[in-house]
Every structure is written in C-alpha cells, then in structure tokens.
Write a new protein. Structure first.
Length: 117
C-alpha cells in the first residue's frame, strides 16, 4: 500500500476564473496546476525546485479526500509526479509521492492551496 504525504506546510489563496459558487472538479484541477507552478511551491524547502508544464488529472469529485495526480517537468527536464488531494471544501494539498514503507518514511507535505469562492 502506498503511503500519502503528511499535510499542509503553506497556504495560498488564489482566484478562480469562475465567479462565486462551489468549486468544480475543473477548478480544483486548475488551481492545483497553478499552485505547483507558483513561486511559493518552488520556494518551499521540501520542494526546492521549479516544476513547469504541469498537467493534473481532473479529480473524480469535489469530495474531501479525493486524490488526483499531477505531472510536470523538473529543472533537469525529467518528469515529476505529484500527489494532490482535496483536503477541505476549498483546500488542496500537494506533495511529492511518499516512498512505500513504514510510517516514519512518509514524505512531508510540499504545500497546500485554498480555492476561494
């Protein structure tokens, strides 16, 4: 069984294209992509790299604990895979995949973002 990253080191509130209302699966996908490409994500000590050309799989629902995967390109041109999860009504956590093994080997979170109304 693959272990998940621990949660939330940084928060960022960013606007949606859609005005008001509840966020959609597309909103969570879009906000995760923007967040991963942001300076805040790259400057997080647990990340330490710029990730570009990010593409996330649209989550299957907007329910809390819905997980989805994002891929991008690291500074060396190699592919980077990131795990994302909806952690609140308007919150996404994004982290590097944790290595399998005992709980002590779970990777720390790399960041989180808030999806505003």
């Amino acid at each position: 069984m693959r272990r998940r990253s621990a949660l939330v080191l940084a928060c960022l509130a960013i606007g949606l294209v859609a005005c008001g209302g509840e966020p959609t699966t597309g909103d969570f996908k879009s906000e995760a992509e923007k967040f991963i490409e942001s300076d805040e994500f790259a400057e997080n000590p647990d990340v330490g790299m710029v990730v570009t050309d990010v593409e996330c799989i649209e989550p299957t629902s907007t329910d809390i604990n819905t997980e989805f995967t994002c891929t991008g390109t690291g500074p060396d041109g190699a592919p980077v895979t990131l795990d994302a999860a909806i952690t609140g009504e308007r919150t996404i956590a994004v982290g590097l995949p944790a290595a399998p093994g005992p709980a002590s080997s779970v990777a720390p979170a790399t960041g989180a973002t808030t999806v505003p109304s």
